[in-house]
Design a protein around this ligand. Structure first.
Ligand SMILES: [Zn+2]
Length: 282
């Protein structure tokens, strides 16, 4: 038996939501789940009996969150438009970022600014970056996930747990993080932006629906959310909030005081002088 029914394949199908535990011995269910996994993650059902193909797809760098919401026997439930969202009545989500590996703290702060604007620029969600973890509602920390490549990061969804404690986003400390995808380094803004999509309630968007920041695989050709992601975000939070500045009352110009007309009476018997020139009365 090839890679199709290997422990590695099955554990990934279970982890990402395609296969229920009770079906891990059912070859037909595994095959069906694997086809669904390939359609979702690479946009094609591929050749599930080709070990080299499967090995390549299963090793692609990706997010560690599940692709489908509920365990199934290989029939993927439609998971986009999930009900997960923050109900904050317009308040900002408070985020705190730890000092993460590979870059300085100011660089990670700047990554977070970029990632939060990816969403606050396109929908009605807003964020506040806080300096104390204890007041945060979403925290970003480093974690030893699986070493270089493979799973890059993950983030909890706002399924209600955020009412008890802060949601957690984990960045794999085994990766080489950078401000952009250069020299085989990973773009931290792109990955934090993707994970923050989960943080505001979005689930993965299947590749066979189109290119999206919330596709499960890392795609360094993207720079931020696409129309598919934006539709999901706007569906939850409405369009971008436009801050209307408090109107300043117009300044009503004060008309100049009309000059008072003076009339001079020059007495014929009194000489006057202007600028020192003596003028004699006529
Ligand atoms: Zn993800």
């Amino acid at each position: 038996m090839g890679l199709l029914s290997s422990f590695r394949t099955i554990s990934k199908l279970v982890k990402y939501g395609y296969l229920a535990y009770e079906h891990v011995d059912d070859l037909q269910a595994i095959r069906k789940a694997l086809k669904a996994f390939l359609a979702f993650t690479v946009g094609s059902d591929g050749d599930v009996d080709s070990d080299s193909y499967l090995s390549r797809v299963l090793n692609e760098t990706r997010c560690g969150c599940a692709d489908v919401a509920a365990f199934t026997d290989g029939t993927v439930t439609e998971n986009v438009n999930s009900p997960y969202k923050w109900d904050m009545a317009g308040l900002p989500i408070k985020i705190w970022i730890d000092a993460l590996p590979g870059m300085s703290k100011p660089s990670w702060d700047s990554v977070l600014k970029d990632a939060t604007s990816m969403w606050s620029d396109v929908c009605g969600v807003t964020f506040e970056i806080v300096t104390e973890a204890r007041v945060a509602e979403l925290i970003i920390v480093s974690a030893a996930i699986d070493g270089p490549s493979g799973v890059l990061a993950d983030c909890e969804l706002p399924t209600g747990i955020q009412r008890q404690r802060a949601l957690k986003m984990r960045m794999d400390r085994g990766e080489s993080w950078a401000m952009s995808s250069i020299n085989r380094m990973l773009s931290a803004p792109l990955v934090v932006g993707h994970e923050l999509g989960h943080g505001i309630g979005l689930m993965h968007i299947p590749v066979n629906k189109g290119t999206a920041l919330l596709n499960p695989m890392y795609n360094d050709r993207l720079t931020g959310p696409t129309q598919l992601d934006i539709a999901e975000a706007v569906g939850r939070y409405g369009p971008k909030r436009v801050i209307v500045p408090t109107p300043i009352p117009p300044v009503i110009p004060v008309p100049p005081t009309p000059s008072v007309g003076y009339s001079y009476v020059i007495r014929s018997d009194s000489p006057i002088s202007i600028d020192g020139h003596r003028i004699l009365p006529k």
